[in-house]
Design a protein around this ligand. Sequence first.
Ligand SMILES: C[S@@+](CC[C@H](N)C(=O)[O-])C[C@H]1O[C@@H](n2cnc3c(N)ncnc32)[C@H](O)[C@@H]1O
Length: 275
Amino acid sequence: MAGGKRESDGFGVTGRVSIVGAGPGDAELMTLKALRLVQSADAIVHDALISDEIKACFPAHSRVFDVGKRAGDAASTPQAEIDALLVRLARQGLHVVRLKGGDPLVFGRGGEEALHLAERRIPFEIVPGVSAMSAAGAGAGIPLTLRGLSNACTALNGFGPYLERIDWDALVRLGGTWVFYMAKGSAETIVARLLAHGADPALTLAMVESASLPGQRVHARRLGEVAGNPLPPFGAGPAVAIVGPSVALLEELNPMARGIHADVRAVSDLSQAAR
Ligand SMILES: C[S@@+](CC[C@H](N)C(=O)[O-])C[C@H]1O[C@@H](n2cnc3c(N)ncnc32)[C@H](O)[C@@H]1O
């Protein structure tokens, strides 16, 4: 057994679960610890965001379970089944790596799964990963915080029904950078809500798709321009929407992004303000 048999934890369980963040897709953005755990795991239970490049790191001896959940996909594995699978494999004495895209505790259900294991006295650890917002900021050339320009960064669930739960007045008052995960189908709604609650129409929204992956794409618009100049259709990759005063700096920080902004005049004003 590659993961190595462990002593019983006193409750008769000899296996354990490592809940591991695999990062945003580029295998080089996995941590050394994530790679080491994956390569010694007896079983790997992974979600839909695990790239082929990362799957290629799976050792031949591991049992692999793809339990990927895709929004609206009726065929995806119910969470209760995933929880039960982790418990069952650990009770068989296996070292299980529960491999998740990005960071397991950022919109990754890592917290729920850890609670489930804790309640059943299954030994577990949580290993952080590079979250999509970090990869999107780095890949697109967007500082998520920038002294004097953006002093906060808020991660939000941008999936349709969750938008109703956001206190938009409070968000706009807080300012800083707003990162909406799972926002592919709701960019226009997000923009409309922000504007209706007093956000500056000159703020830039960037949609960053497939951050860190070969298909990475960035589209940017000022909030006030989205209604008249809709964002182009997206590809099949995951995407985050980033809005805030430092987003327009992508014009300067990402050579690939030059010219993607509809109006670059205020961009240099913003970068002057940042210095
Ligand atoms: C279920 S959440 C998982 C988030 C993950 N735990 C993290 O920390 O990045 C899935 C969402 O993460 C975002 N996402 C994940 N990987 C991404 C990538 N490579 N590029 C852009 N967005 C990504 C998208 O918003 C996607 O809909």
